[in-house]
Design a binder for this molecule. Structure first.
Ligand code: SAM
Ligand code: SF4
Length: 467
């Protein structure tokens, strides 16, 4: 089944079956599995000091994790806390403000915040006054932009948002939103415990437009219980009518041993692998037909969206929030389980509220683990990033940047890529590796070839697949 598609993407079911290995999504390299407890707050502080000392101050990207949700969606794999008790947010925010103050003291105040993101859980679990206070605390401790030129985004649950709060969010400086939708079909919604009408979603979409948000993204999931080609096609048609600038269409990986709430999902109601593959194919066809560009790794955008423009200009970047147009920021992430990336290190905060409160009350940074990148990590990080963002790798640039001979350093990897080359997924030339239309959907399997830690990861069964 070889279906030619527009925009340099070809869906080849045989290739997907053959190469769709379980693997990381490469929001970082090395991935979080490699973080260890030998890296903590002292090492993090040292990296902040080094980056502050750079001659050209690097801008910052701030992430805030708001873990609360008032109801549970059974499929969910995010780090969240389900509660209807709004007072839980009060003590969380008090501790978060202390972390913001502690982090703010570390960074040179000349470093502007080019990117800011509230994720979760559900950031719109917070009341309007709490949102105002969180942004005000941030502004007191970091240099926020006031020209609306930053990428300031928030994840929104339309069931937890009113058109009025959209106006508040815009006034606070947000200019992009992503909305959780997943599927409009009532049967699917019931099976995953997420009842959300099209009307409430569209009310937020319209409020976002009225308030001048620059980019609106919608999250969908394929592979949920009761989904069929027909049902998902209906959802896609209605979503496309709403005209979002971007779409994320995530694969549902059923891992009930790892995510307890997924045990509420009846595995027999999940679409069979062949049907799931067909749903993916149909999704790609519909979205490309509707004029969206495939950015890569679950993401689609309109050709005039900044993400698509950045990809054309080779200025796309990837971090823990997915694709981004800001490539030179240090990422400072706050709240439980948040992952920072400063200089050549990654670090992660503690996972539970108890540990978080305890560390903050002791006036410590709540970092639990992390990793410092060695030279080989940095080299592979750049290769994986280039491939994921631009579907091509200028090997001669890598040779210049890292002072290596690419073909001898990566002799084993090139050998492994040869079978993918003969299957038409990519083309290797003297100074370039080009991902061909058939290989684009399988980019993470291609990146895994360059992942030094991949064998250990693959056997650990920690990662999901496309299908
Ligand atoms: C933090 S939620 C978005 C904000 C808000 N909590 C909501 O659900 O509307 C992030 C997104 O992750 C995706 N997601 C969560 N669990 C998933 C899973 N098991 N498989 C695939 N995608 C998942 C959903 O598309 C969800 O919208
Ligand atoms: S999908 Fe969103 S609202 Fe649902 S449980 Fe996960 S984080 Fe909460």
């Amino acid at each position: 089944m070889n279906e030619p598609m527009k925009h340099d993407l070809v869906f080849d079911a045989d290739m997907v079956r053959r190469y769709d290995l379980s693997g990381p999504r490469y929001t970082s390299y090395p991935t979080a599995i490699e973080f260890h407890d030998g890296f903590g707050a002292p090492q993090y502080r040292e990296w902040v000091r080094r980056t502050n000392a750079e001659s050209i101050p690097r801008p910052l990207s701030l992430y805030f994790h708001i873990p609360f949700c008032s109801t549970v969606c059974y499929y969910c794999a995010c780090n969240k806390i389900i509660t209807k008790n709004r007072s839980h947010a009060v003590s969380y925010l008090e501790h978060l403000y202390k972390e913001i103050q502690a982090q703010g003291r570390l960074f040179d105040r000349q470093r502007t915040v080019d990117q800011l993101h509230w994720g979760g859980g559900t950031p719109t679990f917070l009341h309007e006054e709490q949102m105002e206070e969180l942004m005000s605390q941030t502004a007191q401790n970091f240099k926020l932009r006031d020209d609306d030129k930053g990428e300031y985004s928030i994840e929104i649950d339309p069931r937890q948002t009113t058109p009025q709060s959209m106006a508040v969010l815009r006034r606070l400086g947000f200019n992009r939103i992503s909305l959780g939708v997943q599927d409009y079909d009532p049967l699917v919604q019931k099976a995953v415990n997420r009842i959300q009408s099209e009307e409430e979603t569209m009310a937020v979409v319209e409020a976002a437009r009225d308030n001048g948000f620059r980019s609106l993204s919608i999250d969908l999931i394929y592979g949920l219980p009761h989904q069929t080609r027909e049902s998902f096609a209906r959802t896609l048609d209605r979503i496309v009518q709403g005209d979002p600038d971007r779409l994320s269409v995530f694969n549902y990986a059923h891992l009930p041993q790892r995510f307890k709430t997924q045990r509420q999902i009846n595995a027999e109601e999940l679409p069979a692998p062949a049907e799931k593959l067909a749903i993916l194919q149909l999704t790609i066809e519909r979205l490309l037909d509707a004029g969206y560009v495939y950015i890569g790794m679950d993401h689609f955008a309109k050709p005039d969206d900044e993400l698509a423009a950045a990809q054309r200009e080779r200025k796309l970047y990837r971090n823990f929030q997915g694709y981004s147009t800001h490539d030179d920021c240090d990422l400072v992430a706050m709240g439980i389980s948040a992952i920072s990336s400063v200089g050549d290190c990654y670090s992660q905060n503690v996972h539970t509220l108890e540990e978080y409160y305890e560390r903050i009350d002791r006036e410590e940074l709540p970092i639990i683990r992390g990793v410092e990148l060695g030279e080989d990590d940095k080299l592979r990080q750049q290769i994986i990033r280039e491939l994921i963002c631009h579907f091509s790798l200028a090997t001669n640039t890598i040779e210049d940047d890292f002072d290596i001979d690419f073909s001898s350093y990566f002799a084993t990897e090139i050998e492994a890529l040869r079978s993918m080359e003969s299957d038409g997924l990519l083309r290797i030339s003297d100074d370039n590796i080009q991902i061909l239309p058939k290989g684009r959907l399988l980019i993470r399997s291609i990146c895994m070839v360059f992942d030094h830690y991949r064998q250990r990861n693959a056997t650990a069964g920690k990662f999901s697949r496309l299908i």
